[in-house]
Design a binder for this molecule. Structure first.
Ligand code: MN
Length: 734
């Protein structure tokens, strides 16, 4: 039996041509009659559209989809999967449309064929391990219905079986590598052991024919030499099982060539040092875990177990839900032999993996929704115990829990992973900061898309850049990756810094101009160096920057330059005897959307002061203009065009506020109210009084300078204390 297995490995390449009747005979046992009719119809359909096409083997093309459908029939898949197997290449290789498939075979089949067509566009070239894992995740993510992946795997099995006919050696190597690194691990992850073994062996025979052939010959001769021994061991085990009254099948089979090769590589040993070439297996007919452990103790009573070789995958199943007991014992002749113990049901799962789902879960098949299948995959992925590093475990778990991630290609064919809703801008920043900053558009799968486009699994994304282009603040609203966000914010900060420098430079130049002085001469002067030193500044830009930020007034710089000692220090509102207008505060520093120290212009209409809730209105040309939310000028503006601003001004500065005070008209009200205002250290920039004779009321309007809202409230409190005052009101939206 062991020899048969190996020979089958080798002979698998030369398979007889499959007839549709072979498939129908297989599925008759487990599929209803209408499925048989659909399969017949799909076969005729495929024969028609693929007519005249040939495979490289010289066979009619139809032989390929038929062989794929046959594999799916052997896997006992559902009718739609087998039909999809027959039709899987029709969209790509013929003039058939998806619509046509849907009209003839229904939505379910069309959905599978569409998924298969998309999957077939994934080209995996020789990639490093990290990329290989990304490809695997991408294929999983794209297989919205797990049947798509299963048909794809069956397709690959047949392509590998006929790979010898591929003319180009390079192409053969490429396909074999893709099989080994992408598809065999996926088969393993889905628990389909026979497929993993077959794909690995076939890929290995192409990638390393010398090693494959040498190993093949070695295993063949050794297994043959040990036939008597193998039969003896099987005999003893079978007898023990019979004595214990446990119904079981005993197998002794050679391990597959690629796994022996991997073991030799991993353990750096030669073929002669591999002692467990033959694996014995006891398959219990009854689905009873306790009996598995009972069998284990029978084996251990008969032969001495080797320390540290026992593995309980029943209590702790493998990542792909594989369950079995593994032990190594010192058998007859004092040789080590490996024995696996499992129930028939565990065995079915071990061989067929997720494909067993269609055989056993009849009720799930009725429900037919892909959610249950995805659930199954999640279960698979959540039980990662085979995985070595915690980091890898986490990334798989994340994949299982948030399969919302999308996987897209770079033009070079690398796969990049993004969170759901990621845009081409996120992609651009993932490539390079420069690509992000200069991104003006994107082509996805060859077509132009807006920058708001949401990336989809399998998209190939190409970014269009322009050297003079700059990021936009609006991008912050559509990007989802933290990398893109932080890069855009960094650019905005840098931009604001530049603007502050310009602002300071302009202000200084203007102030010098008033005094008939030139900036260029100032910059060459000794006073300039003095000022730089006195303020511990690094360079000229730093001087412009602190002027731009309002930390140093241009006037004080000019005074110092011209040696006007008396006015060197900037006066503040409190000590100023002058009634200076606070209009210089038509700009202020605020933060918005996480960006600090932005310069904004204040709206003249509503006089926002620190403490007021302020909102920025983005106007083309003038940048951001700040208003209070109650200002009539923005009352009708939609919320999404306004950004909430936060005051960041720390120094005590003054801001203008307009207030209206209504008093009973009597002599001296203006003087009383004025002194109440100044008692709170607020400067009066302007005052006006009007008398309404019919009500005997005086209406006083003041423009006053306050530090902030709290300060203003103190002023209002003091004014309200006056007995003549009827009401105090802040004026906005003039
Ligand atoms: Mn195909």
């Amino acid at each position: 039996m062991a020899i048969d297995t190996i020979v089958a490995d080798k002979k698998a390449k030369k398979m007889p041509m499959i007839r549709i009747t072979d498939i129908l005979d297989k599925v008759r046992a487990f599929l209803p009659a209408d499925d048989l009719a659909r399969i017949m119809k799909a076969h005729v359909y495929a024969a028609t559209v693929h007519r005249g096409q040939m495979r490289l083997s010289g066979e009619p093309y139809l032989s390929h989809p038929t062989a794929v459908a046959n594999i799916l029939a052997e896997m006992k898949m559902d009718g739609s999967s087998i039909v999809a197997g027959l039709l899987h290449d029709t969209i790509e290789d013929t003039h058939t449309t998806l619509e046509d498939i849907e009209n003839n075979f229904g939505k379910d089949v069309a959905f599978l064929v569409d998924g298969l067509t998309k999957l077939s566009k994934i080209a995996f070239s020789n990639k490093e391990e990290r990329q290989a894992e990304n490809f695997r995740k991408m294929v999983l993510a794209m297989s919205a219905d797990i049947r798509i992946l299963l048909v794809r795997l069956a397709d690959r099995v047949h392509n590998m079986q006929t790979l010898d006919y591929h003319a180009s050696e390079e192409k053969r190597q490429e396909i074999a590598r893709e099989t080994l690194e992408l598809y065999a691990p996926l088969a393993n992850r889905l628990g389909i052991y026979w497929m993993k073994v077959e794909l690995e062996n076939m890929a290995f025979s192409h990638l390393n024919p010398q090693a494959y052939n040498a190993l093949y010959a070695n295993v063949f001769s050794k297994v043959k030499e040990r036939e008597v021994f193998t039969a003896g061991v099987k005999e003893i085990i079978a007898q023990e099982m019979e004595d214990a009254g446990i119904a079981a099948e005993v197998e002794g089979r050679a391990k597959h060539i690629f796994s022996i090769f991997s073991k030799m590589q991993r353990q750096r040993v030669s073929f002669d040092e591999i002692y467990d070439l033959i694996a014995f297996r006891i398959i219990l007919e009854e689905n009873n875990k306790t009996m598995c452990y009972a069998t284990l103790s029978i084996i251990h009573a008969r032969w001495k177990p080797v320390q540290g070789r026992f593995k309980d995958y029943i209590a702790m199943p493998k990542a792909n839900k594989y369950q079995s007991l593994h032990t190594t014992v010192i058998g007859p002749n004092g040789e080590r032999i490996e024995i696996q113990i499992r129930t028939r049901e565990m065995h079915e799962w071990a061989e067929r993996g997720i494909a067993a789902h269609w055989l056993y879960k009849e009720e799930d098949k009725q429900a037919g929704d892909s959610n249950k299948q995805i659930e199954k995959i999640r279960e698979l992925l959540e039980m990662q115990q085979e995985i070595d590093s915690p980091r890898e475990y986490m990334s798989h778990l994340k994949m299982a829990l948030f399969s919302d991630d999308v996987y897209v290609f770079t033009p070079a064919g690398d796969v990049k992973e993004f969170p759901k809703d990621a845009t081409p801008i996120d992609f651009a920043y993932a490539v390079h900061t420069n690509v992000g900053d200069k991104c003006v558009g994107a082509r996805v799968n060859g077509k132009m898309v807006p920058l708001r486009y949401k990336l989809q699994n399998g998209d190939t994304v190409e970014i269009i850049t322009q050297a003079v282009h700059q990021p936009s603040r609006d991008w912050l609203k559509i990007v989802v990756t933290s990398r893109a966000k932080s890069k855009i914010k960094a650019w905005i900060r840098e931009e604001d810094k530049k603007r502050t420098i310009e602002l300071g430079r302009d202000a200084l130049e203007k102030e010098l101009g008033k005094n008939q002085e030139k900036l260029s001469s100032f910059l060459k002067s000794e006073k300039f160096s003095e000022i730089i030193k006195a303020n511990s500044l690094e360079n000229t830009d730093a001087l412009f920057a602190i002027i731009g930020k309002g930390k140093l007034s241009p006037k004080s710089v000019v005074n110092r330059y011209l040696d006007r000692e008396e006015e060197r220090h900037e006066a503040n509102a409190k000590t100023s005897s002058k009634r200076k207008d606070a209009a210089k505060h038509d700009t202020a520093r605020v933060s918005a959307a996480g960006v600090d120290n932005m310069m904004v212009r204040f709206a003249k209409c509503c006089d926002p002061i620190p403490g007021d809730k302020i909102y920025g209105f983005i106007s083309r040309g003038r940048g951001i203009v700040a208003h209070t939310r109650t200002c009539p000028h923005v009352a009708n503006v939609e919320d999404d065009r306004l950004i909430e601003l936060k005051w960041t001004t720390k120094e005590k500065e003054v801001y203008p506020v307009h207030m209206r005070v209504i008093c009973r008209d009597r002599k001296g009200v203006l003087a009383d109210v004025s002194s109440a205002i100044t008692s709170q250290d607020a400067n009066i920039a302007h005052a006006q009084v009007k008398t309404e004779n019919k009500d005997m009321e005086a209406i006083c309007t003041f423009k006053i300078d306050v530090h902030d809202l709290e300060h203003y409230r103190k002023v209002v409190g003091a004014v309200n204390k006056l007995t003549c005052v009827l009401s105090v009101e802040r004026l906005r939206g003039r």
